[in-house]
Design a protein around this ligand. Sequence first.
Ligand code: HEM
Length: 442
Amino acid sequence: MSSIPRDPALDSTLALFREGYEFIWNRCKRFQSELFQARFMGKPALCIHGRDAAQLFYDDSKLQRGGAVPRRIVTSLFGKHGIQTLDGSAHRHRKAAFLALMNATNLQRLMDETAQHWRRSIMEWEQSETVVLFDETQRLLTRAACAWAGVPLDAREVSRRARDFCQMVDAFGGAGPRLWKGKLARARAERWMEGVVQEARSSGLRAEPGTALQVMAALRAESGELLPARVAAVELLNVIRPTVAISWYISFAALALHQHPDSRLELAAETPGEAAEGYAHLFVQEVRRFYPFAPFLGARVRAPFAWRGHHFEPGTLVLLDVYGTHHDPQIWAAPEEFRPERFAGWNGDSFGFIAQGGGDPARGHRCAGEWITMHQLTLALHFLTRCVQYDVPPQDLRFDLARMPTRPRSGFVMSGLRSTPALLGPTPRLPSAFAARQTAAE
Ligand code: HEM
């Protein structure tokens, strides 16, 4: 067995938090290696990078999720006993419930709901001198996601619930106050959702069939037992929270529109019906490749195996580099350029492009909400390019790769908003033909 590079630091935990998204990629470049050893919180770990590493990472005969998610993430971002920590048949059973929500009718319902909220919000924004897109889309998506999921939400509650969803996400790369805010936000959100699940179960609340509330409230473990209400609440939050988190990507999409005016013109010129398959789709993919969100993913070695001449011991933590894999010139030509066109001839390799995980979502842990994310971004582009005109006043649009999660610092401030006649016109028919084809192929 060959020896592999080792990060010289005694413990790399601080460096990981200091370098953020680039931690693994910096070292892979320095060591000219797809893997290296490091220690985090005093424990040995292996960091892996690239397309083949992603394929390895999603081989569930070799790696598992049980015991891989740190407590700080479970208590802020994910919740206890949620799908992210399950393996094998228990995981596949739970995953089927999430994927059942992603049928064409349900996705279209979410898009119609969200489009209503975009229209209403734009009319309100016209009355303000400036709006911060990141903050506004958090509230817009909270309203839309809860309505779609069948979760009652009073107008007065919207801001604080949206804040809680975002604090849970914002905690994942934070320590101290940022982490504590995320934990408290999770505790509040779980209490709220547990109550909603209990009401749905006791029929106090009529949950429409097929909604996320009805599906999660009725969800049973593989053994046939009804899930504890708290666990059903965790899973309901696993649908709503990440839907609200699309506001991070929307602020990056707005930044890309601002910095690439030619792309904006091309998007605006497409008719809404085509947008789902045409340039908008390429633009959405490039937003998810180019801008950072998930920095890396973690799993533990299940059974011993060798890869690239190195022996992987059972129980070892393995971190897969997501950000670096998207910025590796061996995988992506000119990776530091924002070029939607690159996706026109893309081969669809599900291990080279891993913004929301890789492989087959039904078998493995790849994101259950990728269609929602792509459709929400397409819808956001429709409204931002055709339905509203705005100015972008001077502001700090930089994003810090050392901060996880990151976004344009200003949150993307828009001023002088005026709606166009297209605001009340047709929206792209979603889910796109693209998604429908994919669904049919599975
Ligand atoms: C902001 C957009 C999103 C990003 C960047 C994102 C990213 C990810 C990533 C990286 C994973 C982990 C994959 C792995 O562990 O192998 C994941 C898992 C997951 N995502 Fe998303 N996601 C997003 C939106 C959504 C949406 C809208 C939903 C709504 C249903 C969703 C639901 C889930 C679920 C349930 C899992 C766990 C899957 C499993 O463990 O089997 N995500 N996501």
